[in-house]
Write a protein that binds this ligand. Sequence first.
Ligand code: CP
Ligand code: NVA
Length: 296
Amino acid sequence: MKKDLLAIKDLTKTEIEDIFSLAAQLKVNRKTHATPLRNKTIGLIFEKPSTRTRVSFEVGVYELGGNTIYLSSDEVELGKREAIKDAAKVLSRYLDGMVVRTFSHDRLLEMAGFSSIPVINGLTDMLHPCQALSDLFTIKEKKGLDNVAFAFVGDGNNVLNSLLYGCGKMGIKIKVACPKNYEPDKKILKEIGVTAELYNKPEDAVKGADIVYTDVWTSMGQEKEHKKRLKAFKKFQVNSKLISLAKKDAMVMHCLPAHRGEEITDEVLDGKQSIVVDQAENRLHVQKAILVKLLK
Ligand code: CP
Ligand code: NVA
């Protein structure tokens, strides 16, 4: 594996499969596995809020025997209090690894470029690779990855971009329904090729799906566009009527946090087909595997 985990496109299919098999072992042996991060400290540098990513990384590092230090943007003020490259070089002398959640992907690339320790992408405006890897691991557990019909309904955002890369790597066909002007990154669609099909109507993407995935219409940092987005995405809500078009045993996924009543109804999120909590739990196991692989 490369030094950092910044994007799924940097991983090979075999590396992804190796992460999944280690994650499965760590999950089964959660209380008894080895502690390979003993005497290691991981910095969590978060410029946006987080529940799942922060807590799953903190708990994951502790379970592997290591320590964490959480630094919010108020503490480090990357690029404001000092240049990103200065912080990256200095933090590399103290820490053994870093998880970075920030705005532009370029900020993350700069941080990783000037760090001599592994840097893990904990979400940028463009990508959320740990999320998408955990999601594919969850699908593998529940349905297997062969011939799974995956539908994504909603915004062409960081989560979708990473799911596209993940599906591309694993050869999974993904049907995506987005409103006009909210499609995923064109460069990514081109890179992943034939495995993605774009639709403007959610019904067309969801028909016959095994998995129906959605995420918020307004991501962190886009709050000013909330009203405009509510209007643009009105017809893209994942509700019972839409889910009735998928396979009978289809499963519903959401990376969370959800904006209930916007992209997804209470009925669907709390319903029998929803696997969102299992999906969130798997962040822990998959990220532990990533940490072990990068820090070994
Ligand atoms: N899914 C996810 O990354 O959640 P948080 O923003 O709470 O970390
Ligand atoms: N697309 C969402 C994902 C949160 C985990 C956001 O960036 O806010």
